[in-house]
Design a protein around this ligand. Structure first.
Ligand SMILES: [Zn+2]
Length: 689
């Protein structure tokens, strides 16, 4: 191993300038030296890293010693560190700061990474050693984490084809490779389609109904596009949603919403219909080859849900409850349309506009009244304060540290006793180089290496409402809960207590740490802590807090219907048995028809831009709902004892946040709650009971 490292450093000495991935990073806390990394560094770094990782595997399989946990599992876990180092920076940058050259590299890396992954997972000698350790596991004195790692590692090799014959393994490699390339293509197409459409307004009358701040933002967008004097709206949510909520011009609302809905479905070079059809077909073929009925069956095996049937039961039950509520919401809105003399039936692009009117009429609440209390800095400091009250941790801004993008901010996170816990980056605003949505990622994950603790470097990326020239970024309620959500993922990474870097979190518990944080975001006690007027510093008035509380069931039918519809669409694709041959538009339409989805609501994501179901949440969009059962039930534990109860917080940290991926998820939950999760709190909190 020492010799190998020497080879790598030799190569770098010849090169000038040095590829930063081959050096120890001399930065504060060892964060990536973003300012020194050039696009051209990635491919050579990945190539060397893969070569190194291969030799690491070879040294395990060449061992003459009988396989043990130490010489096989631990060594396997130690390998690939350089590859992790390069990949974590590359994929974070490709998601948040991409450009044409990174897009090309991403495309070039997909087959390389896929081929390397298969080379490891289909390495017969490596699998033989892992299986031997697994079969002999009772004979070694393994602790709980080691046993969990071993069992899951063994099963993941089996699930990924280790037991197939050579001919089938070759077929599998080919399928994996095709899938990996298509997944990148799908992602890049969505970004291009999102950036391509602009609703340009040059007639001021078409802005009627829009709040001043929304108009100012649209004028800024136009300026940035050299369209001075006009107004630009995009399909990015911070731009689109206010337009849908407030613009009186119904035709333009339709135009913008249709553009959003048809991303990837415009019969151009970025069309995703065939890409998705191929992905679904290949994944079904892959499942069959591996001896499973469907792709969903593979993905669910290792999760809390266990089978597609369990997922369908949960989703279908919630869908019918939700649609009953949504139909009532629709009828209430139709009444407004009729009373205003509108001679039309409510359509999907009308929903936000009339929902806002309904909110005003029913709860006397205008979402725009809230924004001044939700300046980004206040919300960010609010979530820090919540974490401090729960876990005692503190956040200190770091000024002189490399940033992944000039807009990003960095914080040092410390335990109550002042010891270092990790680094947290936050990068808030939309830009064309950034993917849609919000996420939490990392540049370095927690582990223990040679007795030394490696601390995490976490990043939260969002597309929140940007600042205007005369005002700070004033967030929507949705932005606020999203920020709390992603921060919850961040906390989990910061508190991770794993020894080994190979962890196996059941995906349907992963959204528990994030979604539970949303409950604090809107709690009256917490609102009083952070929601202050950005101009006057005045704490949010009781009357507004009361209105937020009263309107907690506002639009709940719609929210749940669109999520259930999207979750069921995902499950429908991946419940298809090979051979699959579908027309995506037809399949989506038929699936929604079979479900009985009301025509006034579209699934939360339509097929050709449903990024979740491409990589990571394929047969997995349901996990948000699965985890919602958990987070509502778990938050009840806080409600019972007080939302800042120290014993409950400490148990949540110890049993849930620290143990993610290193012990059985059901057991984790039971250890925290003292019993199995119950669905009633979710039904109650969403007004579906
Ligand atoms: Zn999440």
């Amino acid at each position: 191993m020492t010799a190998l490292v020497a080879v790598v450093s030799c190569t770098t000495e010849k090169k000038a300038p040095v590829n930063p991935f081959f050096a120890e990073w001399q930065t504060p806390f060892g964060v990536p030296p973003f300012d020194q990394i050039n696009d051209g560094d990635y491919i050579p770094a990945v190539d060397s890293a893969i070569a190194l990782a291969k030799t690491e595997i070879a040294s395990i399989t060449a061992s003459a010693e009988a396989p043990t946990f130490a010489n096989t599992i631990s060594s396997y876990d130690r390998g690939g560190q350089l590859l992790n180092k390069v990949a974590s920076v590359f994929y974070a940058q490709a998601g948040a700061n991409t450009n044409d050259s990174l897009k090309a590299i991403e495309m070039e890396l997909a087959p390389k990474m896929s081929a390397f992954g298969d080379e490891v997972l289909l390495n017969a000698e490596l699998f033989r050693r892992i299986k031997t350790v697994y079969d002999n596991r009772a004979g070694e004195q393994l602790n709980e984490e080691q046993l969990f790692l071993l069992e899951n590692l063994y099963k993941s090799f089996v699930r990924n084809g280790a037991n197939l014959n050579t001919e089938d393994q070759e077929k599998l490699k080919k399928l994996n490779l095709e899938i990996s390339v298509l997944a990148v293509k799908f992602n890049q197409n969505v970004l291009s389609e999102t950036n391509d459409f602009k609703l340009i307004i040059d007639n001021e009358a078409d802005l009627a109904g829009l709040p001043e701040s929304v108009i100012t933002n649209a004028a800024e967008m136009a300026k940035a596009d050299s369209l001075e004097g006009r107004w630009v709206f995009t399909t990015q949510k911070p731009s689109m949603i206010p337009f849908l909520q407030y613009a009186d011009n119904r035709d333009l609302r339709k135009k913008l919403y249709d553009a959003y809905l048809n991303r990837g479905n415009n019969h151009n070079q970025y069309d995703n219909n065939q890409v998705l059809a191929d992905l679904v077909r290949l994944r079904a073929d892959r499942a069959k080859l591996l001896g499973y009925k469907t792709h969903a069956a593979i993905n669910l095996e290792n999760r809390m849900a266990k089978t597609p049937e369990n997922v369908f039961n949960l989703l279908n039950g919630l869908f019918s409850r939700s649609q009953k509520v949504a139909l009532r919401e629709r009828d209430e809105m139709q009444k407004i349309v009729d009373s205003e003399g509108g001679k039309f039936k409510l359509e999907p692009h009308d929903w936000w506009y009339y929902a806002e009117k309904l909110r005003k009429a029913k709860y006397d609440l205008d979402e725009n009244e809230l924004r001044p209390y939700f300046s980004l800095d206040n919300v960010r400091d609010g979530v820090f304060a919540v974490a401090n009250k729960l876990y005692g941790i503190t956040f200190t801004r770091i000024e002189n540290i490399p940033l992944p993008h000039p807009d990003a901010q960095a914080f040092e996170v410390k335990e109550a006793d002042g010891s270092h816990l990790g680094v947290l980056y936050m990068d808030f605003f939309p830009r064309e180089s950034k993917s849609q949505g919000a996420w939490c990622g990392g540049y370095r994950e927690h582990r223990i290496l040679d007795g030394k603790e490696i601390t995490p470097i976490v990043t939260i990326v969002g597309n929140f409402t940007p600042p205007a020239p005369d005002a700070p970024a004033l967030l929507s309620m949705d932005d606020v809960t999203t920020l709390f959500h992603e921060f919850g993922h961040g906390l989990q990474s910061l508190f991770a207590a794993n020894t080994y870097s190979t962890t196996y979190p059941a995906q349907d518990i992963v959204e528990l740490p994030s979604q539970i944080m949303e409950h604090w975001a809107t709690d009256p006690e917490v609102l009083k802590m952070y929601a202050r007027h950005y101009k006057t510093g005045e704490v949010i008035p009781d009357e507004l807090v009361e209105k937020i509380k009263n309107s907690s069931y506002f639009n709940t039918g719609f929210d749940n219907v669109e999520i259930m519809a999207a979750s069921l669409l995902d499950m429908a694709y991946y419940s298809l048995e090979a051979p699959v041959n579908i027309d995506v538009q037809k399949f989506e339409k038929e699936t929604m028809k079979k479900l009985g989805l009301m025509p006034e609501i579209e699934p939360r994501y339509r097929s050709t831009y449903f990024l979740h179901i491409i990589d990571g949440y394929d047969a997995g969009y349901y996990v948000y709902t699965w985890a919602a059962v958990l987070d509502n039930d778990a938050f009840e534990a806080f409600r019972e004892k007080g939302i800042f109860d120290q014993a409950t917080a400490s148990s949540f940290r110890k049993n849930i946040l620290e143990k993610m991926g290193i012990m059985d998820a059901e057991q984790q939950y039971k250890n925290f709650r003292g019993r199995e999760p119950q669905i009633e709190p979710l039904l109650k909190n969403r007004g579906l009971n």
